[in-house]
Ligand binder design. Structure first.
Ligand code: CO
Length: 168
């Protein structure tokens, strides 16, 4: 598994719902946690590793007990507003302020195929929104403050050029 960088097209379109939750999904999830921890990330969406599947892994607390796996997640309620710095494994060396809801409620399936609901606030809520955006093909720079986007514009251009060169 390798992390795709912006502007890879898989990062820019909605992923397909997972319609069967079996051992293959468990294998994928294990691999994704491994890649995420190795890269020191706190969340990773399947399309970031080239898989067109609506699922992500996360661990905002960095505690082994805090691992989150969400399959076919949807935000069903949100409240409040928070502004904070974000980065993304698909955007190396790019950081900026993003406005998010301060709390969210998410419906999703777990690895046993059970429909679950989770409420989160603050950083965990930010991570869930960032990852669900990935699954919708939405990347965090599209929600970044205009000032921070300008600050990162040269680096973004570099990533775009690198991707174009890799296509040749
Ligand atoms: Co990301």
């Amino acid at each position: 598994m390798m992390i795709l960088h912006y502007p890879h097209p898989l990062l820019l379109r909605r992923t397909q719902d997972v319609d069967e939750i079996g051992d293959h999904v468990l294998e994928i999830v294990r691999g994704m946690f491994e890649v995420m921890y190795k890269s020191e990330g706190i969340g990773l969406a399947a399309n970031q590793v080239g898989l067109d599947m609506r699922l992500f892994v996360a661990n905002p607390s960095n505690d082994p007990e805090g691992e989150i796996v969400m399959i076919n997640p949807e935000i069903v309620a949100h409240d409040g507003r928070q502004v904070g710095d974000e980065g993304c494994l698909s955007f190396p060396e790019i950081y900026g302020k993003v406005t998010r809801s301060s709390a969210v409620e998410v419906e999703y399936y777990d690895l046993d195929g059970k429909l679950c609901k989770m409420e989160a606030a603050d950083l965990p809520a930010r991570v869930l929104q960032h990852e669900i955006d990935h699954l919708d093909g939405v990347v965090f720079i599209s929600k970044m403050s205009p000032g921070d986007r300008t600050v990162n514009s040269r680096r973004l251009k570099e990533l775009e050029n690198k991707f174009l060169r890799s296509k040749k």
